[in-house]
Design a protein around this ligand. Structure first.
Ligand code: ADP
Length: 370
């Protein structure tokens, strides 16, 4: 009898160890709680998620989990737990760490009945998962859908109407001049759509690559020369000049070459677009641990009021000279997003009818481990 008891006990022990190693190998946080919300079992993923290094066993979980709801209000966890009657899941909570960073959480809480007879009691099993990345993809998808439905509709309708007109004219009068006018209006709208789709794909690529930023040594001198050459012919068409002033003491810059180039290209394209006489100058000089770039133009300038808005999504100045050129109003919005990804800071100085200077300080980033 005694030996069979021992055997049963060691079976229980083996079973317990198996269970512990099973939940410890899970990527999601798992916590079993008793009726009062004290931890019975939890795994390593919970400690990681809550960013703590004390064992939680027998401690009240409410003291360790600082949950915020979607309105950024601190949740009373004890109250939340006592309100759970059936399996409850949510993707709307977030955790805030001491350094201010936030992660979005998927939480599932299931009430469980444990023990029998006198020991019978209710407890809970909780599952926690970091869904920050999925959430940001969701936000991006929602943004994309709203852009598609609001901003692409009008040009598509105009292009469609004009192509329809062209077909009608061919059938009825065959007036080739009218057909040409209708087609060129449609073409203009399709070009606008193509530009917007390019902008949107840059945006979504930037969001996707957020976690894997490619930091590489950049020779700013070569980069500026390359840019200067590639914009030369566009500038000449408008009788504008493109020059550069590069400090001879520049060192290699460690950052994302793709983003630095894209940012500078956006500034240069705008400067060429919004300048009618004179030209643009590209500057680069060392600053702190990084490089300060500037794109200066002698263009139409930006009013004080508009300066606050130029980095907003879809903002285009009401100035008639802006309206003479086509644009999506996404260029600077994307530029600001890319700048954020590489910790760069943009400042703008501008005076209406005199010109603008877009400064961007790009700091050296640590090369990432392979
Ligand atoms: P887009 O050029 O497609 O309209 P952007 O986001 O690149 O969109 O720029 C937003 C607005 O900021 C422009 O419509 C224009 O009014 C203003 N802007 C940007 N760059 C300049 C510049 N160099 N000079 C004058 N205005 C500018």
């Amino acid at each position: 009898m005694k030996s069979s008891n021992l055997a049963a006990q060691s079976d229980i022990e083996i079973e317990r160890k198996r269970l512990t190693s099973l939940i410890n190998s899970m990527a999601d946080g798992v916590i079993a709680l008793d009726q009062k919300g004290r931890v019975i079992v939890s795994n390593g993923a919970v400690m990681n998620l809550l960013d703590i290094n004390v064992t939680l066993t027998e401690k009240p979980i409410a003291e360790y989990i600082k949950l915020y709801d979607k309105n950024k209000k601190l949740v009373d966890f004890r109250l939340l737990l006592s309100s759970v009657k059936t399996v409850t899941t949510s993707r709307d909570y977030s955790l805030k760490y001491d350094d201010g960073s936030i992660v979005n959480l998927y939480i599932s809480i299931a009430p469980v009945h444990s023990g029998f007879g006198q020991n019978a009691g209710q407890g809970y099993v909780m599952l926690l998962r970091d869904i920050t990345h999925e959430k940001s993809l969701e936000d991006e998808r929602n943004e994309f859908i709203s852009v598609v439905s609001h901003e692409l509709r009008t040009p598509i309708a105009i292009a469609e109407g004009n192509i329809g007109n062209a077909q009608f004219i061919v059938d009825k009068t065959g007036d080739i001049l009218q057909v040409k006018i209708a087609l060129s209006k449609a073409y203009e709208q399709i070009t606008f759509l193509a530009n917007m789709i390019n902008d949107l794909s840059t945006l979504s690529r930037a969001q996707r690559n957020k976690l894997t930023l490619d930091v590489e040594p950049i020779n700013a001198y070569e980069l500026i020369n390359e840019l200067q050459n590639s914009y030369q012919s566009d500038a000449e068409k408008k009788h504008l000049t493109v020059s550069s002033v590069i400090d001879p003491h520049l060192e290699l810059l460690y950052s994302s070459k793709l983003y630095v180039k894209e940012i500078l290209q956006n500034f240069i394209t705008n400067s060429l677009k919004y300048t009618e006489s004179g030209g643009i100058t590209i500057y680069a000089k060392p600053k702190n641990s990084g490089i300060l770039f500037a794109i200066e133009d002698t263009g139409i300038g930006i009013s004080k009021n508009d300066q606050k808005k130029v980095f907003d999504k879809f903002f285009r100045s009401e100035d008639y000279r802006t309206r003479q050129s086509t644009g999506t109003g996404l260029g600077l919005y994307i530029t600001a997003k890319l700048a954020k990804l590489i910790n760069a800071q943009i400042t703008l100085e501008s005076e209406l009818n005199k010109g603008s200077i877009f400064n961007i300080f790009v700091p050296n980033l640590k090369p990432q481990k392979p």
